[in-house]
Design a protein around this ligand. Structure first.
Ligand SMILES: Cc1ncc(COP(=O)(O)O)c(C=O)c1O
Length: 381
C-alpha cells in the first residue's frame, strides 16, 4: 500500500546524526560554541548582521517584540493569515494586536490596509511572508519610516526567499525564523531573530537568558561567578545539540530550496488552466521559498472541504493554513474580534488548501499529487 505523502517533512541524514553525536560527546550541550557558529552561518546565508538563536520561532517573535519595546497600551498591526504565534507574541508583552486584512491575490498583509489602521498607539507591524512569498517590503518599510514604526518580519516560512535580489533577513528591523521540522531546515525546535541593530542584538541576548548580562560560558572564560540580572527575561536558549543539527542542515538548504522551486514550477504548469483551482500570486521581483504550496479551490468552503476529504482519502496529506487568527475564540473573547473584521482573509480561508511540497519530495510523489488533485477536481467540477 502507498504511504501518505505529507504536506511537509524534514529530512535527516548521517551527516546530521554525526554532527549531533559529536556534540553529545563534547563538554558543552548548551550555551557552548555551536550556538555562535550556527548564528554566524545563518547570518552569512541571509546577509543579516546579527543572529540571536532561541528555542523556537514563537520565542523568536516574543524576543523581537520585547526588543521593539512593545508594552501595555501599544498597538501592533498584524496579518490574520498566519499561525497564532505571530499575534500571540504581541499579547505576551501586553500589547494589542490589530488585525490588518490581506491582499487577496497573495494573502500577504496589504500595505494600503496597514495605513488605514495606524493610530497614535501603533508602535510596530508584524508582517508574515506567507507560504514563503516575501511581503512587499519596500511599501512596508516606507510606511514604517514615515510613521516611526518598527517592522518585524515573521519569516518563519521564508528562509531562503529573496526580495528584489536580497535574501530575507535584513529587510526589516527584526526578522524571526523557525526551525520546526516542517520548515526549510530543522533543529527539532528552534528559532532565530536577525537584526542590523546593535541595541536590539544586545537586549535580545539578555532576553533569551533570563535578562542576565553574561552567559555561563562567558563566566567560565572570565573565571568568575558574578553576573547580574538587569531586566526580566526568559530561558529561550537553544542548545548546542540543536545548533549542530542546524549547521549541518543549512549546508543542504540551497539544494532543498532549488527542489522546492522545481516542484512549484511543475505544479504551476500542471494546474495552470484547470477548472476550479487558482494559484496564489507571487510578489513581483521576488524568489519564493515555497515552505507551503497553497492553492485556492473555487466555490467556497464546501468544495475545499470536499477536496480536503477526497485527497486525504487518497493518501495526500493536505492541510489548511490558516484559520484567520482573529477568528480564534481567544481573540474573539479577549479582544472582541470576529467575522467581518478582515473579509479578504476570511474569504480566502474558505478556499485554501496546502498540497505537499518538501525538499526531498520525489518526482513520483509530485506526479501522484498532480494526478490525485486532478481526480478530485473532476469529481467536484
Ligand atoms: C508564520 C509562523 N510564525 C511563527 C511560527 C512559530 O514557530 P515555532 O513553531 O517554531 O514556535 C510558525 C510555526 O509554524 C509559523 O508558521
Amino acid at each position: 500500500m502507498r504511504g501518505v505523502i505529507p504536506y511537509g517533512k524534514q529530512s535527516i541524514d548521517e551527516e546530521d546524526i554525526n554532527a549531533v553525536v559529536e556534540v553529545l560527546r563534547s563538554d558543552w550541550l548548551t550555551t557552548g560554541p555551536r550556538i555562535e557558529e550556527f548564528e554566524r552561518a545563518i547570518c552569512s546565508f541571509t546577509s543579516a548582521k546579527y543572529g540571536v538563536a532561541v528555542s523556537n520561532g514563537t520565542a523568536a517573535l516574543h524576543t523581537a517584540i520585547a526588543a521593539a519595546g512593545i508594552g501595555p497600551g501599544d498597538e501592533v498591526l498584524v496579518t490574520p493569515m498566519t499561525f497564532a504565534a505571530s499575534a500571540n507574541c504581541i499579547v505576551y508583552q501586553g500589547g494589542r494586536p490589530v488585525f490588518v486584512d490581506v491582499d487577496p491575490d497573495t494573502l500577504l498583509i496589504d500595505p494600503n490596509q496597514v495605513r488605514s489602521k495606524i493610530t497614535k498607539a501603533t508602535k510596530a507591524i508584524v508582517s508574515v511572508d506567507y507560504a514563503g512569498n516575501p511581503c512587499p517590503y519596500d511599501e512596508l518599510n516606507e510606511i514604517a519610516y514615515e510613521k516611526d514604526l518598527i517592522l518585524i518580519s515573521d519569516a518563519c516560512h521564508a528562509l531562503g526567499a529573496e526580495y528584489k535580489g536580497k535574501k530575507i533577513g535584513a529587510l526589516a528591523d527584526l526578522t524571526a525564523l523557525s526551525f520546526h521540522p516542517v520548515k526549510h531546515i530543522t533543529t527539532g525546535e528552534g528559532g532565530m531573530v536577525l537584526t542590523e541593530n546593535d541595541e536590539f542584538e544586545e537586549s535580545m541576548r539578555r532576553f533569551r537568558n533570563h535578562g542576565i548580562d553574561r552567559t555561563a560560558r562567558q563566566r567560565e572564560a572570565d573565571q568568575t561567578w558574578f553576573y547580574e540580572m538587569t531586566e526580566l527575561g526568559y530561558n529561550y536558549r537553544l542548545t548546542d545539540i540543536q545548533c549542530a543539527l542546524g549547521i549541518s542542515q543549512l549546508r543542504k538548504l540551497p539544494r532543498w530550496l532549488e527542489r522546492r522551486r522545481e516542484i512549484a514550477a511543475v505544479y504551476l504548469q500542471e494546474f495552470k488552466d484547470i477548472k476550479g483551482i487558482r494559484m496564489l500570486g507571487v510578489t513581483s521581483g521576488c524568489k519564493h521559498a515555497y515552505h507551503l504550496f497553497v492553492i485556492e479551490i473555487e466555490g467556497g468552503s464546501i468544495n475545499r472541504n470536499k477536496m480536503f476529504v477526497g485527497l486525504r482519502k487518497l493518501g495526500i496529506g493536505v492541510n489548511v493554513h490558516y484559520i484567520p487568527v482573529h477568528l480564534h475564540p481567544y481573540y474573539v473573547t479577549t479582544f472582541g474580534t470576529g467575522a467581518g473584521l478582515c473579509p479578504k482573509a476570511e474569504e480566502a480561508y474558505g478556499k485554501i488548501l496546502s498540497i505537499p511540497i518538501f525538499g526531498t519530495m520525489t518526482d513520483g510523489q509530485v506526479n501522484q499529487v498532480i494526478e490525485d488533485v486532478r481526480k478530485c477536481l473532476r469529481d467536484i467540477f
